[in-house]
Design a protein around this ligand. Structure first.
Ligand code: G4P
Ligand code: NA
Ligand code: NA
Length: 191
């Protein structure tokens, strides 16, 4: 078991509806030393990859991305969520459906911060169905930039996102892949 899996077993709480609450160290209160370990691990897993920028999405991805970025010595861009339509031509836009929140958000990145020369590492806290991730990928590809890799803290392996994104050929590295959760007994099983 790795450091993140151990921490999930220690401090994660399984809620009804296959929701894993990790707000004491990741989603609300943030353990910066843990994030630093994540950065070190991603740096190993993506060794040899060309990476000059990290892209994440607000809100929970930002903290992790910033600490991870110290290990790559690159800037962080975060995609912004917006309910309103933005068609000014100055931004890349993707539609992102949230199954958890039952809504569709627009995800926006200014064209000033992505270019065809960019080799991008995507970082996020959770991967479930992968809607947010597919939005980020489409924004990067619309900019003509390259997805060098994808680093996720916690993947819910029983939802479809991880499988689809690996099958599409991306290097997706999830530090903890949850195979099963049981709210009644409070148990979590990792892949
Ligand atoms: P998807 O992008 O993979 O399709 O995920 P989905 O719509 O199912 O998830 C919506 C939000 O809920 C995402 O955050 C995602 O990170 C988060 N999430 C999904 N499953 C879990 C879980 O088991 N536990 C926790 N704590 N979060 C989960 P968001 O609302 O889009 O962003 P943010 O503002 O919270 O960062
Ligand atoms: Na997130
Ligand atoms: Na979240």
């Amino acid at each position: 078991m790795n450091f993140l899996e151990e921490r999930i077993l220690k401090d994660g709480v399984v809620k009804e509806g296959n929701v894993l609450k990790v707000d004491s160290f990741l989603n609300h209160q943030m353990d910066i030393n843990l994030f630093d370990q994540m950065g070190e691990e991603f740096k190993k897993r993506f060794a040899g990859k060309k990476i000059n920028k990290i892209l994440t999405i607000e809100a929970s991805g930002i903290g992790i991305a910033c600490i991870v970025a110290r290990h790559f010595n690159v800037p962080v861009v975060f995609a912004k969520k917006s309910k309103s339509i933005n068609i000014d031509g100055e931004t890349y836009v993707a539609q992102v459906e949230s199954f958890t929140h039952k809504c569709v958000n627009q995800v926006l990145v200014s064209k000033r911060f992505l270019s065809p020369e960019d080799n991008i590492l995507i970082i996020d806290d959770f991967l479930a169905n992968g809607c947010a991730l597919r939005g980020l990928i489409s924004i990067i590809e619309n900019a003509g930039a390259t997805v060098s890799g994808i680093g996720i803290a916690i993947e819910k392996g029983f939802q479809r996102g991880g499988k689809e994104i690996r099958e599409a050929g991306y290097q997706l590295e999830s530090l903890a892949i949850v195979e099963e959760m049981d709210a009644k007994n409070g148990t979590v099983t990792f892949r």
